[in-house]
Design a protein. Sequence first.
Length: 103
Amino acid sequence: MSAFTKTALSAALVAGAMATALSSVTISSNAEAASDSKEKCFGIALAGKNDCAAGPGTTCAGTSKVDYQGNSWKLVPAGTCETMEIDGARKGSLAALTRDIPS
């Protein structure tokens, strides 16, 4: 293999590595932007349909015990949580609620 071929091959490998690294940064930035456009909304999830945090005795996603359990949440588009109406004229909340907590 000639010196020119080795240099060209090395340059191609370096360029490929740089492209991979730069695309990873772009993907991370896009993921962060997507998560920034969402917010946790407590008290709107149906039983077993929460995204996470369903209070003591539960583990995470899908562990809420009752509909609209106040200490479980779902991710919703930012700015929409507190306007979401559910049964009984109740609304979503940006903070955990003490309503509808199973005993």
